[in-house]
Design a protein. Structure first.
Lengths: 252, 252
DNA sequence: AAGTGGTCTAGACCACTAT
DNA sequence: TAGTGGTCTAGACCACTTT
């Protein structure tokens, strides 16, 4: 059955898909929140009344509201209603930027600077859930573009006889694996970003001053069974990556 | 009309809402991806065939798949299909933790350590989009719990005659405003987290060693018109906040 | 009892992609 | 041309919260 409510899009040029109704609706509601018509903590009208007022179906209204939920502008509570949230940077999520160009670059490569077997000690034993003195692979990398060292990496990997790791594989798995995940092996990661001061050795390798500010990205990798495979950290000088976020109103 | 497909929930104890179908479906698909049945980059079956196989409606299938999209496990492309994504920590989003308890604490307070009027210089002029030598309010805070200083804050605010700011208001607006947003004024923020070394003065105020690693959280706040209101930075020693993330398989 | 959001169904039209 | 995901509608039942 032809839907009589659907706007006639036949006159719209091909390739010029019009903005979806739910996005228009979301935009409208966003304006009302941002210009103060609805203030923080205030309840906004119910789906039913918004649907009635806007002439849109309840589901379309809901879809629009879910956009605002994703943006963190409102929260929804079953049986109570939807409420305007307070702006709070504690709930901001920071994304990593500034590395993609280098990673995609053909000149990007990881050179392994050392590999040896190491007997597990704390805190690695805790992170990898292995007993003390378990033999682990210890590897160090320099992540480079041309002749410049962008980041340093060092990590420990569990030496599983059922999963033999050649040095070449390590070089690949740690680089690609850590950045993009090893196909069929690494299925998840737990990450923490910490502030870090470059040591003498690190500063020399990175051609920076001792004590220069950097991020330390500490990670633990897991397999599909949620068992740890490897752990380690990347030393990222402040120039190599950015950690940015936006909250509230979207700024271009 | 009674829906014959709906599972009979009448025998389920009240308060024991059963797991929604779309979540069960998402869980099922997630397992197939994580155990390697679908590998990275591979196309997964279409909505229609998944719907047919699972006995669920297309919309419910879609809802389940959108869970996986949110988790970053798959991407969807119009006209092509849905594909398993590769694990990539470059797309990880880090959230701030470790502060909530303190913020909620009754002993948490901000003490203003200085306020004066300042003539704008670069880079503040750029951030706040004001001409050089525009008078700005400059304020410094110590964010404390009991007698311990958790974080330092300093920032610049545009002195708008239409928006008079008393010192007391500044104290409140910068604290609550920066953490939770000033009701009716700040509508958005642009944030960047940087590694930072404590200066002599900062170390003394925080009772830490000079050069200790810390985060610097640099911000610009905007009003509803996306115009800058204030900018500044929080100095957060590594103990005061955490920046954590997870990618891929959810680890408890 | 009334109202709210959460879940689920069926069916339709569309733009996009690949063949 | 056939298949895919994207948008939209109408209608139903449910658990939850407030009155």
């Amino acid at each position: 059955m032809k839907n009589p409510f659907r706007p006639d899009t036949s006159k719209i040029l091909p390739g010029q898909r019009e903005i979806p109704q739910y996005q228009k609706f979301a935009e409208q509601m966003r304006s009302l929140i941002l210009d103060g018509s609805y203030t923080s903590g205030q309840r906004i009208p119910s789906e039913a009344s918004l649907s009635k007022d806007s002439g849109l179906s309840v589901l379309t209204v809901r879809q629009g509201l879910s956009v605002l939920v994703d943006e963190g502008l409102i929260v929804r509570q079953t049986g109570r209603g939807s409420f305007v949230t307070e702006l709070n940077w504690l709930k901001a999520s920071f994304t990593v930027g500034g590395l993609e160009e280098w990673i995609e670059s053909h000149d990007f490569k990881a050179s392994m600077s050392s590999f040896r077997v190491y007997e597990a000690q704390s805190p690695v034993t805790t992170l990898l859930k292995v007993p003390p003195k378990t033999p682990l692979g210890f590897i160090q990398h320099r992540l480079m573009v041309h002749k410049d060292t962008l980041m340093l990496h060092e990590g420990y990997v569990i030496l599983d006889p059922k999963r033999p790791l050649l040095e070449a594989e390590l070089a690949i798995s740690f680089l690609i694996g850590v950045v993009k995940g090893v196909q069929g092996l690494i299925k998840g990661a737990s990450l923490e970003m910490k502030p870090h001061l470059l040591s003498d050795n690190e500063a020399q390798l990175l051609d920076l001053d001792v004590g220069a500010p950097a991020f330390s990205l500490d990670y633990v990798f897991f397999d599909a069974a949620k068992e740890p495979i490897s752990c380690g950290s990347f030393i990222c000088p402040s120039g190599s990556i950015k950690l940015c976020s936006r909250v509230g109103i979207p700024i271009n």
